[in-house]
Write a protein that binds this ligand. Structure first.
Ligand code: ZN
Ligand code: ZN
Length: 246
């Protein structure tokens, strides 16, 4: 399995990264985890967006799903006719309505282009075995564990501190955990992890490699990395274009 980081900016796009989006490839199949603001452009630089097997959404905050409205346009209006294959999108129950409202569609929906399905705890897309688990966040949000080709990656999505996250990610080759906050700040509860909390949870999970993401533009990467490395010396930060072969 190969991970390519498309966007790793937290909460809104940064000057050098789109918001959340990750491409996973295995055995000729490809799925996308989240499609936040600005990610569809960067995604085109690394893959054919007409050859994506599914999109899986951690939750319906704009920085994780809004570029699906643009993906709908790319699917619907490409010259050469209407797409014959609807792209599966796994997301929370309200995903269809949110997409329609965000785009401003009236009298129609996106069901001709996107096959939106309510996300469950366990499903399969080609070679990808996908398991999800609810995590604390102001709206329904899930961590996503993906296994394929003998490798496992766990993406935290957006989450406040959660005692079950390490257990859910147990034995992952890669823990792709959000590290939005710094411990020095007076952070809101049940919203995001600090760099120290993310590194600690990934270590507790026994993950071989810790890649911290959802890096909010108002924090410096150096401060985030320093806080994480005080807990786990080999923690690293995501950046657009980062490729990890698992
Ligand atoms: Zn977010
Ligand atoms: Zn969020």
């Amino acid at each position: 399995m190969r991970l390519t980081v498309i966007g790793c900016a937290g909460s809104y796009p940064g000057p050098d990264s789109p918001a959340s989006c990750y491409l996973l490839e295995s055995d000729g199949s490809r799925i996308v985890l989240d499609m936040g603001n600005g990610s569809l452009g960067a995604l085109q630089a690394v893959t054919d967006i007409y050859d994506i097997d599914a999109v899986v959404l951690s939750h319906l905050h704009v920085d994780h799903f809004i570029d699906l409205t643009s993906y709908y346009v790319a699917l619907k209006y490409r010259p050469g006719g209407h797409p014959t294959r609807r792209v599966p999108v796994w997301g929370p129950a309200a995903t269809s309505q949110r997409l329609v409202a965000a785009y401003g569609l009236t009298g129609s929906d996106m069901s001709g282009e996107l096959d939106v399905r309510e996300i469950t705890e366990d499903f399969q897309v080609g070679p990808f075995r996908i398991t999800t688990r609810r995590v604390p966040h102001p709206i329904e949000a899930r961590a996503i564990r993906v296994a394929a080709g003998g490798a496992t990656l766990t993406y935290s999505g957006d989450t406040g501190p959660h005692p079950e996250l390490a257990d859910f990610a147990r034995g992952s080759d890669v823990a792709l955990f959000e590290a939005s906050f710094l411990s020095r700040d007076d952070n809101p509860r049940d919203l995001h992890l600090t760099a120290a909390e993310a590194a600690a949870a990934a270590t507790q999970a026994g993950a071989d490699r810790v890649v911290l993401t959802h890096l909010v533009p108002w924090n410096s990467r150096a401060d985030t990395l320093a806080e994480a490395r005080a807990v786990r010396s080999d923690a690293e930060l995501a950046h657009p274009g980062l490729v990890v072969d698992l």
